[in-house]
Design a protein around this ligand. Structure first.
Ligand SMILES: *[C@@H]1O[C@H](CO)[C@@H](O)[C@H](O)[C@H]1NC(C)=O
Length: 351
């Protein structure tokens, strides 16, 4: 299914900003949040005990901030993060994780590394199990939303940079399968994955994480940009509307594991909201298709919630965005990076 690129196309990579609009008040807050993230949590080339995929997500946020703030402070973070983890990731045991790494490398301008990790993910493509899509990991016994949604976005992003048609084909094949897979629940939100009972595949009713709704949105924007497929916009708007309808309290994004009184979210889960809002911004930028100002309003509202409710020591942010802390708030590398994602996403909109 996947064919490698010619050496000639490797030379074509131009690292250009994904987003140009800018709302300075959020950019300023993001600059401080990023400095605190790096000075407090980034030690010996990693974010403490956090998994490398979180480091890749953080690298992506930071590369975007570089462009937004007009600096190049963080362009080397991705290289530093992955020196230590490369061998483990090369085993290809997490086909979602390698795609966060691919996206981070591509955003930092390293096409060869982006393709290397994309190619590892591509080995998970399979049609025998549930009719298509990618396996989650090397056990080859589960197909889930995040791995397949990321493949839609990673393929779109690689197509945008290289114009190699195989990437667009991979995007379309995976999206066609995902749409028909049953992974989306009746509330318009993707559950975690599929169950497979004697070859009969269906929605496993697993948790509807916020990032399961955000991860594919840039891919749908690229699909629209390069094919004019209006249904990609209809689908993306439907998903974002479902997020606003089903995953917020008082219009503030809430991860399903969150309450105001006790924290039930682990480091992975504390990372999800920042991805979701940043990827909505990425979708808006590539597609140019907001519905009025509904979705940019939503992004500004999330940053305002962070600045109102997630505060701790100046420039440090907790995981709890949607309401005042009543005991649940926790200040971690993940909560800091997630808040950074929200501030960047709002900074990428007009004020
Ligand atoms: C745009 O948003 C408005 C307000 O939420 C909604 O009524 C309308 O249906 C949306 N348009 C589309 C095409 O989804």
């Amino acid at each position: 299914m996947f064919s490698t690129l010619s050496a000639a196309s490797l030379a074509l990579l131009a690292s250009s900003p994904l987003v140009s609009a800018k709302c300075q008040q959020y950019v300023d807050a993001a600059v401080t949040a990023a400095a605190n993230l790096q000075s407090t949590y980034f030690v010996n080339g990693g974010y403490g005990s956090q998994q490398p995929w979180i480091g890749a997500v953080d690298s992506f946020h930071l590369s975007e901030l570089d462009d937004l703030a007009g600096v190049s402070t963080y362009s080397n973070v991705i290289n530093t993060v992955f020196t230590a983890w490369e061998g483990q990731l090369d085993n290809g045991n997490s086909y979602d994780d390698v795609q966060w790494v691919s996206i981070a490398y591509l955003r930092a301008g390293n096409l060869a590394q982006a393709q290397k990790y994309y190619d590892i993910a591509s080995t998970a493509v399979n049609t025998d199990y549930c009719g298509g899509g990618l396996f989650w990991n090397g056990n080859h016994d589960y197909k889930n939303a995040i791995t397949n949604e990321l493949y839609i976005t990673t393929s779109g992003y690689l197509y945008d940079v290289t114009k190699n048609g195989q990437y667009l084909t991979n995007l379309q094949t995976t999206w066609s399968w995902l749409k028909a897979s049953g992974m989306m629940g009746s509330n318009g939100l993707f559950n975690d994955g599929l169950s497979n009972v004697n070859g009969v595949c269906s929605n496993n009713q697993g948790t509807q994480w916020t990032y399961n709704q955000g991860a594919l949105l840039p891919g749908l924007a690229y699909l629209y940009k390069y094919t004019g497929d209006e249904s990609a916009i209809t689908s993306a708007w439907g998903i974002i509307d479902s997020i606003i309808m089903g995953m917020t309290i008082n219009n503030g994004l809430r991860e399903p594991c969150e309450s105001t009184t006790q924290n039930f979210c682990n480091a992975d889960q504390q990372t999800f909201k920042g991805i979701t809002v940043h990827y909505i911004s990425w979708f808006l930028s590539v597609s140019g298709r907001d519905n009025g100002s509904k979705y940019s309003d939503f992004l500004r509202a999330q940053a305002d919630k962070v600045l109102q409710f997630s505060v701790g020591p100046a420039g440090f942010y907790s995981n709890l965005w949607y309401d005042s802390n009543a005991g649940a708030a926790t200040w971690t590398a993940s909560s800091q990076a997630s808040a950074l994602g929200a501030l960047i996403a709002a900074g990428q909109q007009n004020c």
